[in-house]
Design a binder for this molecule. Structure first.
Ligand code: KG4
Ligand code: ZN
Length: 356
C-alpha cells in the first residue's frame, strides 16, 4: 500500500509518500518540504494569510516532485492523506482540499489526519536505528508530544486510543522557547536558536522557575518562564535591552531557560512512566529535537529501565511523512474520511481520549 501525505497546517508546505511492503514494514519513499520560515522571520512569527498564499503556490510543484521521486503515478497511490487540524484554517484548507481533489479524481480513499496524531506516531516511522519501521502499529507506550502549539502526555493504548494524562495549562514548550527568544530578539523560530546558544552557557547562573514540577499531576505550565525572564532582563542589562547582554550572559540565560523547560518535561514524563507502568517512552514534536531534552530523557529512561524512542531529527518538526504514515495506519485499519470532512483549526485528540 502507498499513501501520499500532505501537510500545510502552519509554515511548512510538505508532501511525502510512504509505502508498506508485503512484510508489513513501512518506508518513506520520499519526503519534500518547502519551508516558509525565512518569509515569516521578518515579522517575528507566522502571518496566516501569507502562509496560505504560499501553500497554494508551492503545493502543485511539490506534489509532482513527490510522485517523480517515489517513481509512481497518481494511479499507483492507494490513499491520499492530509492534515485536517489543528492549525491555521486557511493554511489547512490548501492541503486538505488538494488531497480530497486527488482522491476524488483517482477514486481512492481520502484520510483527514490529526496533526497531533501525526507527531505522536512519528517516532515509530523510520527509527533512528533502522531504515525501515519495525513497528507498523505502535505498541502501547507513554507519549510526550512537545511542539510549538502543544505539550501533551498521553498513554497510548493503540492506534486511535489515546488517554490524555496531562497538558500545558498555558504556553506550550515550543511557544515558551519562541516567546523568550522574541524577548531576547533572537530570530524566529526561537527553539533552535536558544538550543544552540545554551550549548555554550552555564545553566546554573540564572535561577528560573520550574512551575508545577512538584505537583502531583501530569500538567505543565510554561508561561511563568517568560515573565521571569522579563523581570530578570532589567536586572542584568541596562534598560533590559537584550543587545547589551554580554555573549556569555546571553548563553547562560539561554542555558537557564532550556534547563527549566527540560527539567519540567523530564520530571513529568518520569512521573507518568511510573504511574502507567509503561516501559516505552516515545517523544515527538519540534521540541523533541532539543539536544538537552534528548540527553536528559536518555539519562532518565536509563535510570527507569525504559526504552526511549525518538523520531529522526528531520521528522521532529512539521513534515508530511508523519501525516502519510498516520494515513497509512488508518487506511490499513480500513478507516477513511468523508469528502465533506471540514478542516478544524482547534481539532484536539479529544475524540480519542478516554480519560481527561
Ligand atoms: O512540531 P512543530 O514543527 O510545529 C508545531 O506543530 O507546532 O514545532 C515547532 C516548535 C517551535 O516552537 C520551535 O521553536 C521548536 O519546535 N523547536 C525547538 C527546537 N527545534 C524546534 N525547540 C527547542 N529546541 C530545538 N532544537
Ligand atoms: Zn507540528
Amino acid at each position: 500500500m502507498r499513501v501520499m501525505g500532505i501537510e500545510s497546517s502552519c509554515d511548512e508546505t510538505a508532501v511525502a509518500m510512504v509505502e508498506e511492503s508485503s512484510t508489513s514494514s513501512v518506508r518513506v519513499l520520499c519526503s519534500v518540504i518547502s519551508t516558509q520560515i525565512p518569509l515569516h522571520r521578518q515579522y517575528g512569527g507566522v502571518i496566516p494569510e501569507l502562509a496560505s498564499r504560499n501553500h497554494s503556490g508551492r503545493l502543485p510543484q511539490l506534489m509532482r516532485e513527490a510522485l517523480q521521486k517515489s517513481g509512481c503515478t497518481v494511479n499507483q497511490v492507494d490513499a491520499f492523506a492530509a492534515t485536517g487540524g489543528p492549525g491555521l484554517a486557511a493554511a489547512l484548507l490548501v492541503g486538505h482540499t488538494a488531497a480530497k481533489a486527488m482522491a476524488l479524481a483517482a477514486r481512492k480513499p481520502f484520510i483527514s489526519v490529526n496533526h497531533l496524531e501525526g507527531h505522536l506516531l512519528s517516532p515509530f516511522l523510520q527509527r533512528e536505528d533502522a531504515r525501515i519501521s519495525d513497528v507498523p502499529v505502535p505498541k502501547p507506550h507513554l507519549s510526550l508530544v512537545v511542539s510549538g502549539g502543544h505539550s501533551l502526555l498521553l498513554h497510548v493504548h493503540g492506534l486511535g486510543n489515546y488517554e490524555l494524562l496531562g497538558r500545558s495549562q498555558d504556553d506550550a514548550a515550543g511557544e515558551a522557547y519562541d516567546k523568550v527568544a522574541k524577548m531576547l530578539d533572537l530570530p524566529y523560530p526561537g527553539g533552535p536558536e536558544i538550543d544552540k546558544l545554551a550549548e555554550r552557557g552555564d545553566d546554573s547562573r540564572f535561577e528560573l522557575p520550574r512551575p508545577m514540577v512538584h505537583s502531583n499531576n501530569f500538567d505543565f505550565s510554561f508561561s511563568g518562564l517568560k515573565t521571569a525572564v522579563l523581570y530578570l532582563l532589567p536586572k542584568i542589562t541596562p534598560n533590559g535591552n537584550p543587545h547589551e547582554l554580554t555573549e556569555q550572559a546571553l548563553c547562560d540565560l539561554c542555558a537557564g531557560v532550556r534547563a527549566a523547560i527540560t527539567e519540567t518535561l523530564v520530571r513529568k514524563a518520569q512521573l507518568a512512566l511510573r504511574y502507567t507502568g509503561q516501559h516505552t517512552l516515545a517523544v515527538s514534536g519540534g521540541v523533541s529535537c532539543n539536544s538537552a531534552l534528548r540527553r536528559e530523557l536518555a539519562a532518565m529512561c536509563a535510570d527507569e529501565n525504559v526504552e526511549l524512542i525518538l523520531p529522526r531529527p528531520e521528522l521532529t518538526t512539521d513534515n508530511a511523512a508523519m501525516i502519510a504514515y498516520a494515513g497509512l495506519l488508518h487506511a490499513r485499519a480500513e478507516e477513511s474520511s468523508e469528502f465533506t470532512t471540514p478542516v478544524d483549526p482547534n481539532l484536539t485528540l479529544a475524540g480519542y481520549v478516554t480519560r481527561g
